[in-house]
Design a protein around this ligand. Sequence first.
Ligand SMILES: Nc1nc2c(c(=O)[nH]1)N(C=O)[C@@H](CNc1ccc(C(=O)N[C@@H](CCC(=O)O)C(=O)O)cc1)CN2
Ligand SMILES: Nc1nc2c(ncn2[C@@H]2O[C@H](COP(=O)(O)OP(=O)(O)OP(=O)(O)O)[C@@H](O)[C@H]2O)c(=O)[nH]1
Ligand SMILES: [Mg+2]
Length: 439
Amino acid sequence: MQFTDTIYALSSGGLPAGVAVIRISGSATAEAIVQLCGALPRPRTASLRTIRTRNGEVLDSGLVIYFPGPGSFTGEDCCELQVHGGRAVVHAVLDALAGFEGLRHAEAGEFSRRAFQNGKMDLVEVEGLADLITAETEMQRRLAIEQSSGGQSALYQGWARRLTHARAMIEAELDFADEEDVPGSVGDTIWSDLEKLRADIEAHVDQAGLAEIIRDGLKIVIAGEPNAGKSSLLNALAKRDIAIVTEIAGTTRDVLAVDLSLAGFSVKLFDTAGLRETNEIVEREGIRRAREVIGHADLILLLSEKPDGFVWDEPVGKNVPVIRVATKTDRNEMTWSPEQADVFLSTKTGDGIADLLDCLKAHLPDLAGRTSLAMPSRKRHVDCLKQASAALWLGLTATGLDIKAEQLRLASDALGRITGRVDVENLLDVIFSEFCIGK
Ligand SMILES: Nc1nc2c(c(=O)[nH]1)N(C=O)[C@@H](CNc1ccc(C(=O)N[C@@H](CCC(=O)O)C(=O)O)cc1)CN2
Ligand SMILES: Nc1nc2c(ncn2[C@@H]2O[C@H](COP(=O)(O)OP(=O)(O)OP(=O)(O)O)[C@@H](O)[C@H]2O)c(=O)[nH]1
Ligand SMILES: [Mg+2]
């Protein structure tokens, strides 16, 4: 991959479409535009131009926007060709671009990578941008925009500044310690601020679980006895015929998952094999898999068609909330008293489904009153933050001033790696490969 090449790609979505945006970035951009469209348009202004091949054949008539570097998305000379979104139109324009010297098709994430290399975005912003493009729920969008628009980076930069200030004071002390002959007199306020900084970082790391729920979805597992109506409930909530439903107990064996959007949150709903003792080999494997997903659940819907069916001796790893759901209430065969279940429903009539949804919503994270969604959304962030916190702790507890200084330097480096200010070359391929082509 050559950083000096001029790159191009279709940046808008699937074809055909009303309009397609083809993006070009690099030093040969202006020349390519002059060849395609005649003269270079006025910078950062949409101009209607006829786009022609070098032989003068008209390819399309489209809007052309030229962004001279460094004031562009990538920091390089950039151009957007907004053409009619037909397959043949787009391919003809891309073919014409391929014919120019020094131009080649962009790789996944390459425009964003250049923006990073040119200091237009830091790594947290880049990751936020990747999340913004894949965001499907309102909360995913809010989390991603906080990161892509620099809110979270500003938080980390503020922390880095506090550390740098403390380190400068300590280094000064180390330099002058001999002359002044009063070692260890770095102001108490420095140490108390570092303690506060460590508490701030720890509180921030505590938000990682919430970020994971927002990004990856709340994991809700439907469990219970065979034939309780689990698969019927999955189908009802998904409003699609996903799982096989029969009157035979032990129908479901594989774990089925479906993504739902609930009150702006992403929810991953799992259907599992009914839990019972059995010697049937396939069913046993299904039950083993069921127990495994139950172990990773954020919330369990325990279903039963009869009041004494909520036998719950499953090994649940963490303290997961369980909602007892009474099923098949249309049948009138069972008499339930209100305290015997949390929700009563029938997938046949639809009664009680709304109650269940209300109950699920009550288990979603409460973000009311939160102004900022700055939280570590990736393991990479959490790892760096924990390293920073651990180094801070050693810096605070160590005895020698030089050892303290060295630990604080390590803490600074760990913070710097989150935004990409420090040594992250080995990470870049992984981060940018998350993008689609054209971004
Ligand atoms: N047509 C189009 N729409 C788009 C994008 C794009 O590239 N093209 N974006 C792509 O993701 C997003 C907007 N993001 C952008 C970010 C920076 C610059 C830019 O030109 N930055 C310059 C100048 C800033 C200014 O004038 O304020 C710079 O940072 O120096 C452009 C778009 C969403 N919408
Ligand atoms: N009357 C009535 N029957 C239902 C209702 N929900 C499910 N059933 C029936 O109960 C039977 C079992 O339903 P499933 O959804 O397959 O039950 P399951 O819990 O997934 O069963 P396994 O996968 O075998 O563990 C089927 O015959 C369904 O049609 C309901 O609300 N009312
Ligand atoms: Mg089933």
